[in-house]
Design a protein around this ligand. Structure first.
Ligand code: GLA
Length: 375
């Protein structure tokens, strides 16, 4: 068993105090996406990396077919039947949704007592929903064969069809399937993937702007619906299937979205090559272009994200920076030369705070493994 992190110990202790007895512990990482934004639901390519910040679930089965949960971060309890068919718009929906999804596949489950906690910022665009789903899935499946690919699909179905957020497959695959030291190049049509080794002397830094926007709020859904409309106007299954020449014929607003998707798909494959070949000039250029396209073409960036990316990119130790995740607030990501990480984190954090009056949170992270039972 791997060594316990402070958050895993804290969550296990909270479980003992609340429910008594010795729990088991499942963890699932957050993720940052290095390239491929708003491409997954267009059957395109993405390149996420799981990070060493986790959602932790301490759990033990109960015989009465109920979910009895407590969230350490929200200081909130939840209690419902395992087979309750509808969400209640709270954090326990993600666990109940996974139970629902597993049962859809004919898997019979026991009830579960659980405590949830995290050292991963929640709702910041770092895949926290997927991390909670996959940690819950790992807990439910603790004594059964674990099929990470299938679990990613089941978790995505929980989020789409139970919680009601129409996300793509990126987060769940990254959180389920990642391995330490690697990114995951995913072909979101067919869900094939390749593990991309990351250069050891490049550090991934997450730059949290301390601004938030929930996926439930609707702008993500709007973008997704527009992409589907563009694909249907072009007579293709998904935007992945259209050429740029064809996209040029779309009405202006849809054209900009479609061109972003097409170019971002190419950038994602190029980024995988740049990382595998340690080609820093290409990484830098691809990240800059991706951010510009998300800002001006797909229009999901914000002034806070733009400012964070400008400051980070201008730092002498930065290799490149861009917003990451759905956008509308949340986090950017930077690649930084290992020998300059400490000065990068301190100086970019200070400059962002002086500039915006907001305390951004910057942290370096390591490419980690996917969801697992640790105790
Ligand atoms: C969110 C969704 C993902 C993906 C990104 C944008 O993180 O959960 O499926 O669409 O936004 O790239």
């Amino acid at each position: 068993m791997e060594e316990q992190t402070p958050i895993a110990r804290r969550v296990a202790q909270a479980f003992r105090e609340r429910f008594g007895g010795e729990p088991r512990v499942a963890v699932a990482p957050g993720r940052v996406n290095l390239m491929g934004e708003h491409t997954d639901y267009n059957d395109g390519f993405v390149l996420p990396v799981a990070i060493d910040r986790h959602v932790v679930v301490a759990f033990s089965p109960n015989p009465d077919h109920r979910l009895r949960g407590y969230s350490l971060d929200l200081d909130d309890e939840g209690n419902r039947r395992l087979d309750e068919p509808r969400p209640r718009s709270d954090w326990l929906d993600y666990v109940a949704g996974v139970a629902w999804s597993l049962q859809q596949d004919g898997i019979s489950l026991d009830g579960m007592n659980l405590v949830v906690g995290a050292d991963l910022p929640m709702g910041a665009g770092l895949g926290s929903s997927a991390a909670l789903e996959l940690a819950a899935a790992r807990a439910f499946m603790a004594d059964r064969a674990w099929d990470a690919e299938r679990a990613a699909e089941q978790a995505r179905r929980a989020e789409n069809d139970f919680v009601g957020v129409p996300c793509g497959i990126m987060d769940q695959m990254s959180v389920a399937l990642s391995e330490p030291g690697h990114g995951l190049l995913i072909d979101c049509r067919g869900h094939g993937y390749t593990r991309i080794p990351l250069p050891e002397d490049i550090v991934i830094v997450v730059l949290d702007t301390a601004t938030r926007r929930a996926l439930r709020e609707g702008r993500y859904q709007e973008r997704r619906a527009s992409c589907e409309r563009a694909a249907s106007l072009l007579g293709v299954k998904a935007l992945r299937d259209a050429t740029r020449e064809e996209m040029e014929r779309l009405p202006e607003a849809l054209r900009r979205l479609a061109l972003h998707v097409s170019e971002e798909n190419e950038r994602t494959c190029s980024m995988a090559e740049a990382l595998a070949g340690d080609d820093r000039a290409s990484m830098s250029e691809l990240m800059a272009r991706s951010h510009a396209s998300l800002r001006d073409g797909f229009e999901v960036s914000t002034p806070a994200l733009d400012r964070m990316v400008e400051i980070a990119s201008a730092h002498p130790r930065a290799i490149g920076a861009r917003m990451t995740g759905a956008g509308f607030g949340g986090c950017a990501v930077a690649l930084v030369a290992v020998e300059g990480v400490e000065s990068f984190v301190a100086e970019v954090g200070r400059a962002y705070a002086e500039d915006t009056g907001r305390g951004g949170v910057l942290f370096a992270c390591r490419p980690s493994g996917g969801a697992r039972v640790v105790e």
